[in-house]
Design a binder for this molecule. Sequence first.
Ligand code: FHN
Length: 613
Amino acid sequence: MKDTFYLRLSALLMALLLNASTLSAVEKEQGMDEMWGEEKLSIQATHPSLKWFTEDKYAMFIHWGLYSQMAGVWNGQTYYGIGEWIMHMAEIPVQEYMDYAKNFNPDQFDAVGLVKLAKAAGMKTIVITAKHHEGFAMFDSQVSDFTITKATPYDRDLMKELADACQAEGMRLGFYYSQNQDWTEPYGGKYKGERPAGYTPDDFNIYFEQKVIPQVTELLTNYGPIALIWFDTPGGMPKEYSARLVDLVQGLQPDCLINSRIGGGYGDYVSLGDMQIPIVRPKVDAWETVDTTNDSWSYAWYDQNWKSPKAICERLVRVVARGGSYMLNVGPKGDGSLPEQAVESLTKSGEWIRAHGEAIYGADASPFDQGFSWGDITTKGQELYLHVFEWPQAGVLRIADLGAKVVQASLLQDASAVDFTQDGSILELNLGSKVGRDLPLISVVKLILDQPAQVTNPATQIDGLTPVTLLAEMATTEGCKHSDYRWMEKFGEWKHDYFIGRWGSEDAVATWDINVLEAGDYLVSIEYSSENDAAGSEWVLSCGDESITFVTFESGFDSTKSFQPGPPRYRNLSVSLGVLNIPNAGLNQLQVTPRLLKGKGIGLKGIRIEPYR
Ligand code: FHN
C-alpha cells in the first residue's frame, strides 16, 4: 500500500536523521508527528494570553547558535542539509563541538536593529533559540559552562540585550528551548557522545533537573515578561516531564504561553508541522505555522532560495485566512548580522503588511474554509477583505453564497470604489479599470456587508472564469484514505504531499462538493502518482450523468534529490483527461472511482477544472 510504504519511508528517514546508532528500536519508529508532539489537536484554547496571540498573527522566529558560525561547513567540507543539525550531519565529536564555541564572536549583533527590522516587517513578537538541540545556552546560565558568556570570546548576554530592546520597542519576546534533545549533555536526549557508565534512560531525570528546570527558570526570571516559550521535539520524553514544565512556566509567568511541542498533550496552542500551510481550516481554535525566509532555519552559506516579498505576504494571508498565526524564521550569521536578502524581503513584505494591517491584525478566518484560486479572504464582522494574489485576466472576480448583501466595495490601498453587481447569490466585482495601475504586491478589496457573511454552502466554487484545483484535502472519501506524506527535501524544509490513497476496491469513491457558478464545458486534468503494480488501473470521473473514463500509469520516481539519506519518492504526474460538461449551475458533486484496480498504490493529489473556451 502506498501510504504504508510512505510511512515506512518517513520513519526510516527520521531514523537516519536521528543518528540511528544511538537510538532505541522504539525511537527508530518515530515519525515527525511524534517528534513534534503534534497529536495535540484537541487543544482547549482557554489561556487569556491567546487573545494577543490570535490577534497579532505574525511573529519572527530566529534560529541562532554555534551552528550559525559554521554556516553549513565543518573542517572545510560543506554539509548540505538542516543547518542547525550540522553536529549530527558531520558527526562532530562532542568535545570538538563544544570547543568550537571559542570561534563564536557575534560582534555584529545589534539587538535594537533586529527588533526594528521585526517591526518594519510587521511582526509583533520575536521568538529566539535560547538553547537548541546542540545544548549551547545563548544566554548567561549559571548551571552550565556551555554558554555564550562563558565559552565564547563574546562575554555579553545577548538575550538580555534583546529583551531590553524588545521592551524599549514594544515587541513581545519568546524563547525557543529544546527541552528533550541535548546533544552535548551526557544525560540529555539523543546525546552524541558515549553515555556515562551505568547509564539508563531514566537518567534523563538528571539532565532535566540539573539543566532544563534551572535554565527555563532563568529564562523566565531574568529577562522580564516572556510572551511565550517555544518547546520542540518532545518525542519519546515521558509525559510527566512536560507536566513539570507546564507547572514551572505557569508558576513563574502565568501570562506566558506554551506551544504544543512541549509534548504530553499539553500546550496552550498548536504548532502545526514545520512549513505547513493548511489547505482547509484546521479544526482547532489556536494554532500557528512556522516557516522560514529561505529553506533553512539556521544560516547556511549555500541556501539562496529566498522567498519573495509577495510569497511571504501570500503565505501570511493564507494562514490568517485559515484562522492561524504565522511565525517566519530568519537565520542570522555567526557574527550576528543578517543575510541581506532576508532583510530585503522582510522589509518589502512588511511595507505591504503594515499598509494592509487592517485586513491582517485582529482579522478572523475566511467564512469559507478554504482559499480561492485568485487569492483568499479575511474578515472582521461585517467587513470582508479579498486578498487578490492574481488578478483574473478578464478583471472580473466572482464569489457566490456570501449570505449577505454587499453595501460597498473599495480598494483598501486608497479607498477607491470597485464596481460590483450582486445578482441573486452571485457577487461579481469588476476590477477591469484598476488593472495596469500602480498596484501593491497584493490588492485587497474591502467589502462592507449589511451583516456578517453567513456561508451555508462551503463547497469549492467553480467560478467559470479561473482554473480551480480540487485538492485531496478537500474531498470526502469512502473505501479510500487521506494520506499526508512528509519529507525533508534539502535544507531543513519539510515538504508535504497530501493525497488520497489506499483504494480498497472498485466501490471506493472520493467526492468533492462543488458550487458551479456557470454551467458549461470544463477541461479536466488530474495529478496523481502510481506504483508499478497499480499501473493500468481504470477510473471514472463523473459529475451527475456526465463522466470521463481514464487510465493511470506508473508515475516513476521523483528525480528531485534530497540531501537527507532516504529512499526515493514517487513522482506526481499531471494528465489532461478531456472535456467534461457540467449541465447545471449550483451544488454538484464531482466523484472519482476506480472501475478496474490493478493495485492499491495510487495517490490522487488533485483535479484541475478549467473553463473550456
Ligand atoms: O529539529 C528542529 C529543527 O532544527 C527546527 O528547530 C525546527 C523548527 O520548527 N524544529 C525541529 C524540527 O521540527
